[in-house]
Design a protein around this ligand. Structure first.
Ligand code: PLP
Length: 411
């Protein structure tokens, strides 16, 4: 499964070529979408190739898996029908009596999977800790801790965990480390080079990049982990369709171009928001004001395209802002060419309890932006307009309150 040919190439070259070669029969330069569910045998067991049945192995999927393995600097990639399916299959490696330490601020769907499915049904014990705090991280390990799961930057508050330091701590406890690298993408951050044993991606986001594929992937160089993942991929069956693998592979070919554009636009937007009177706080790892900016600088090639900010006022101003843009589309998901925005408390993190949301700072004023690759002037103009609308509504609320006060006095 290794992809040796481009092993010494630069990342951009690997993104475009790894796992693929011109078709030996036709010379087709692009990996075909192999739709066959089954592969002929010259009598029982006499395979023409390594392929037998498409759940077990598919040529388009394998090209993608090899490509992602190379992109993350790992030996093996195993693809799944969604990011959640990828996470779930990794959890299938663990069971009763095992303890897993995880970042507290993980993707809402990951938190739901861990706390509402994996903990009660698989009897795995989870500790949700602030992994940005290495002291708290160290204190969370137990005798039976088998895995450290880190998400960095986190969703939605973009906290950064020092991957290298966290891996050292975990390895001292004989524990593997998995990093959800979705927010950074394989271009902005390479967790395996910093010591991580496993990388997980929701391919749905930056890798796909065009809002048209739901998929997930796990990458590792650990033979034992790989064998189990492969076994569970076939046994549990949550494989992606060949068409999706083709689309994701196509996404990889422009990943570096897109990430440069996303990161460049996002920094400008973050700087703009920081100066706006309707914004009380901006969180972006590329800003000097980010509490872990120095760690981000150390471990990220670029700071990616995700920004979180707190708007002045509460739920109502958030609502006005989110319904006043013309370019930004109010929708869940992230990481694609178009600008998206969402309200974590009402949308992506609605399944997280209100107590946990409060702990994590996911308030009614929190807005998450996924900065696209449109022209920066259009992006900023759209935000300026929506913030002005939000400001009008806030001033109106204040005026109305004054009227009520008068009504109270004279009525
Ligand atoms: C979207 C997302 C997931 C889940 O991926 P799906 O493809 O939606 O199943 C996991 N982690 C992060 C950080 C995500 O953004």
């Amino acid at each position: 499964m290794e992809s040796d040919h481009y092993v010494n190439s630069h990342q951009e070259t690997k993104f475009i070529h790894s796992g693929q070669q011109p078709d030996p029969i036709t010379g087709a330069v692009v990996t075909p979408i192999s739709l066959a569910t089954t592969f002929a045998q010259r009598g029982p067991g006499g395979l023409y190739s390594t392929y037998e049945y498409s759940r077990t192995g598919n040529p388009t999927r394998e090209a993608f898996e090899k490509n992602l393995a190379a992109a993350e600097g790992g030996k093996y990639g195993v693809a799944f029908a969604s990011g959640c399916a990828a996470t779930n299959v990794l959890m299938a490696l663990y069971g009763p009596g095992d303890h897993i330490v995880t970042s507290d601020d993980v993707y809402g769907g990951t938190r739901r999977l861990f706390s509402k499915y994996s903990a009660p049904k698989q009897n795995i014990e989870y500790s949700f800790v602030n992994t940005s705090d290495l002291g708290a991280l160290e204190a969370a390990f137990k005798e039976n801790t088998k895995l450290l799961w880190i998400e960095t930057p986190t969703n939605p508050t973009l906290k950064i965990t020092d991957i290298e330091a966290a891996c050292k701590i975990a390895h001292n406890h004989n524990c593997l480390v998995a990093v959800d690298n979705t927010f950074a993408s394989p271009y902005c951050q390479s967790p395996m080079a910093l010591g991580a044993d496993i990388v997980v991606h929701s391919v749905t986001k930056y890798i796909g990049g065009h809002t048209d594929v739901v998929m997930g992937v796990v990458i590792t160089s650990n033979e034992d982990v790989y064998k189990q993942l492969k076994f569970f991929q076939n046994t549990l069956g949550g494989v992606p369709a060949p068409f999706d693998c083709y689309n994701a592979l196509k996404g990889m070919k422009t990943l570096h171009l897109r990430m440069k554009a996303h990161s460049k636009n996002a920094l400008k937007v973050a700087q703009f928001l920081e100066t706006h009177s309707m914004v009380t706080k901006v969180i972006y790892p590329g800003l000097v004001s980010h509490p872990q900016h120095n760690i981000a600088k150390k471990q990220m090639r670029l700071f990616s395209g995700m920004i979180t900010f707190y708007i002045k006022g509460g739920l109502e101003t958030s609502r006005v802002f989110l319904s006043s843009t013309k370019l930004f589309i109010c929708a869940e998901s992230l990481g694609a060419v178009e600008c998206l925005m969402e309200h974590p408390a009402l949308m992506t993190h609605a399944s997280v309890s209100s107590e946990v949301r409060a702990e994590l700072g996911i308030s009614d004023s929190l807005i998450r932006l996924s900065i696209g690759v449109e022209h920066i002037d259009d992006i900023i103009e759209d935000l300026r307009y929506a913030l002005a609308k939000a400001q009008e509504s806030l001033e109106k609320v204040v005026d109305d309150d004054d009227d009520n006060a008068c009504g109270g006095l004279f009525g």
